[in-house]
Design a protein around this ligand. Structure first.
Ligand code: DAH
Length: 341
C-alpha cells in the first residue's frame, strides 16, 4: 500500500498539464470520486490497524498534492485564455493590413541614387523654398538675363522681404549650398522636387523631379564627366544605349552640353516617343563655371569640376508606360495600387 501511494505521488508530481484536455485527464484519473486516490482511501480499512494512522496520513498528503496541482493548473490555464472585455469582441477576425507601395517616382529615383552611390557619390538635399540668390544669382544668372525667364516660378514676398524667396526651379541651388558648406573634393548628387510656372498638360506640370550631380576636385575634365554619364546611362537604360553630347548653354557651366540617349523604346530607329529622331534628351551638364566656384569661395585656379542635372519624371512615364504626367502627382489610389510589389 505504502509503495503504491509513493509511486502515485511521484506520478502526480510528474504529470504535465498544458491544456484543458490534460487538466481533465488529470482530474478524472486522480481527484474524482471514482479516481485512484478515492480507491486507495477505500482500501484503508484493509490496512493493519497499527499502520492505519501512518498510511492515512500518507494518503491525505497524496490527496493534497493532487488537489493543489489541479487548482494551480486551472488558474494557470485560465489566465492564458483571452479575456473577454467590455465592448471588444475577441472572436471577430482581425482587421486586414493594407501594404503601401513605393511611388513610381521614388522607385526610379531610388535606382538612380543607387547607381551614383555605387560610383562614390554622396547624397545632399536642400529646401524647396529657396533663396532667389541661390536659385539664380550665385549660379551666375545675371540679373536680367533671359535664362531666368525660361524658369518662371512662384515667388514669395518678392521685393518686400529682406531676401527674395521662391520655389526652386531646379536642384542646382543645392550645388551652391554644398559648396558653401563643404571644402573640395566634393562628389554629391542632389535629388528632389522642383517647381515651375508651366502651362499644365499631359506632358508638363508645375511640380517635377530632378537629380543634380556635382563633382569638384583637382584636374577634373570633361572626359571624367562623359565617362560618368556613360556609365550611368548604360546601367539605367541598358548596355546598348549610345550617347550624344550637344553643345548648349547654361549660365553656371562652361562649356555646357545637353545629353541624349538613343531612344530605348525603338532602339534609335525612330518612333512616336522620340518624335522619329531616335534620341531622347536626358540631361544638361557641363564644367562648373569659374564664377560659380568663386561665388562659393572655391579657387578655380586650384579646383575644377563638372555638374549635371536630369529630369526624373519622363523616365518614370516611359518606364511604366504612363501617358499623363499629372497622374504622378494626383495620388489617385487606383493608379498607385498598380505599383504594389
Ligand atoms: N538646372 C538645369 C535645368 O534645370 C539643368 C542643369 C544643366 C543642371 C546643366 C546642371 C548642369 O547641373 O550642369 O535646366
Amino acid at each position: 500500500m505504502e509503495n503504491t501511494i509513493r509511486s502515485l505521488q511521484q506520478e502526480i508530481i510528474d504529470f504535465e498539464i498544458h491544456s484543458p484536455a490534460d487538466l481533465e485527464t488529470f482530474r478524472l484519473r486522480y481527484t474524482v470520486r471514482k479516481g485512484l486516490i478515492a480507491a486507495l482511501f477505500g482500501q484503508l480499512k484493509t490496512v493493519d490497524p497499527a499502520e492505519k494512522p501512518r498510511i492515512g496520513q500518507l494518503l491525505n498528503q497524496l490527496k493534497q498534492t493532487a488537489d493543489s496541482k489541479l487548482a494551480e493548473a486551472e488558474a494557470a490555464l485560465s489566465s492564458t485564455k483571452p479575456q473577454e472585455s467590455k465592448g471588444i469582441d475577441l472572436t471577430l477576425p482581425g482587421r486586414r493590413y493594407f501594404t503601401g507601395s513605393e511611388h513610381p517616382v521614388q522607385k526610379v529615383l531610388g535606382e538612380m541614387k543607387q547607381i551614383f552611390s555605387d560610383m562614390g557619390f554622396g547624397i545632399a538635399t536642400g529646401p524647396e523654398l529657396e533663396l532667389d540668390r541661390y536659385n539664380f544669382d550665385l549660379l551666375n544668372f545675371p540679373p536680367d538675363h533671359p535664362a531666368r525667364d525660361m524658369q518662371d516660378t512662384f515667388f514669395i514676398n518678392k521685393g518686400a522681404a529682406a531676401e527674395d524667396v521662391l520655389l526652386r526651379t531646379h536642384t542646382s541651388p543645392v550645388q551652391i549650398r554644398v559648396m558653401l558648406d563643404q571644402k573640395p573634393p566634393i562628389r554629391v548628387i542632389c535629388p528632389g522636387k522642383v517647381y515651375r510656372n508651366e502651362a499644365i498638360s499631359s506632358r508638363s506640370y508645375c511640380v517635377f523631379h530632378q537629380l543634380e550631380g556635382l563633382y569638384i576636385d583637382k584636374k577634373v575634365s570633361f572626359a571624367d564627366l562623359k565617362a560618368t554619364i556613360y556609365s550611368f546611362a548604360k546601367q539605367m537604360f541598358g548596355t546598348d544605349v549610345k550617347l550624344r553630347f550637344r553643345p548648349s548653354f547654361f549660365p553656371f557651366t562652361e562649356p555646357s552640353a545637353e545629353v541624349d540617349v538613343t531612344c530605348y523604346l525603338c532602339g534609335g530607329k525612330g518612333c512616336r516617343v522620340c518624335k522619329k529622331s531616335g534620341w531622347l534628351e536626358i540631361m544638361g551638364c557641363g564644367m562648373v563655371h569659374p564664377n560659380v566656384l568663386r561665388n562659393c569661395g572655391i579657387d578655380p585656379e586650384e579646383w575644377s569640376g563638372y555638374a549635371f542635372g536630369m529630369g526624373v519624371d519622363r523616365t518614370v512615364l516611359l518606364r511604366y508606360k504612363i501617358d499623363d504626367i499629372r497622374l504622378l502627382f494626383e495620388n489617385d489610389l487606383r493608379m498607385l495600387k498598380q505599383f504594389t510589389a
